[in-house]
Design a protein around this ligand. Structure first.
Ligand code: HEM
Length: 143
């Protein structure tokens, strides 16, 4: 998956707009993940509360969006920007790569809910591609 210059522009533009709300968007995406795809809860079984309003789930969503911010800042080389996280997810957490697609899906829903009409088909496409790039990077250490 290759991002065009136009995709990158749209990703950076949207990130500038949403970054003040990043923690909230991440919390919403994680809350949706555990409800819509309950099989993902297995990875968070050490959390005391796995409900969508769980403070741990919300805090974790904020961390995920923090990493997405890193990826935006290093958009020309996401592989380098997220290399430590790639090792963590592959070797320590052993997250099955299929789950990255599930989270990408709920993140897009949360972005759409935040941006409303500004979440144009073009922005949808650019972020879908960007999240696919992040998923590939977080899965690359499995190969
Ligand atoms: C931890 C990012 C996808 C499961 C983390 C951390 C970050 C992160 C920043 C914290 C690392 C640290 O504390 O040093 C991301 C990003 C993802 C992603 C950017 C994709 C966009 C997933 C998926 C799952 C998952 C799909 C499983 C369904 C976990 C778990 C932890 C973790 C279990 C450790 C949680 C804890 O014990 O506090 N991830 N993650 N991640 N991630 Fe991910």
């Amino acid at each position: 998956m290759t991002l065009s210059d136009h995709d990158k522009e749209l990703i950076v533009k949207v990130w500038k707009k949403i970054s003040p709300k990043a923690a909230q968007i991440g919390g919403d995406a994680l809350a949706r993940l555990v409800v819509v795809f309950p099989q993902t809860k297995i990875y968070f079984s050490h959390f005391a509360d796995l409900s969508p309003s769980s403070p741990q789930i919300k805090a974790h969503g904020a961390k995920v969006l923090g990493a997405i911010g890193e990826a935006v800042r290093g958009i020309d080389n996401v592989s380098v920007s997220l290399s430590k996280l790639s090792e963590l997810h592959a070797y320590n957490l052993r997250v099955d790569p299929v789950n990255f697609k599930l989270l990408a899906h709920t993140l897009l829903v949360s972005l759409s809910a935040t941006l409303g009409a500004e979440f144009t088909p073009e922005i949808h496409l650019a972020w879908d591609k960007f999240l696919a790039v992040i998923a590939a990077v977080l899965s690359e250490k499995y190969r």
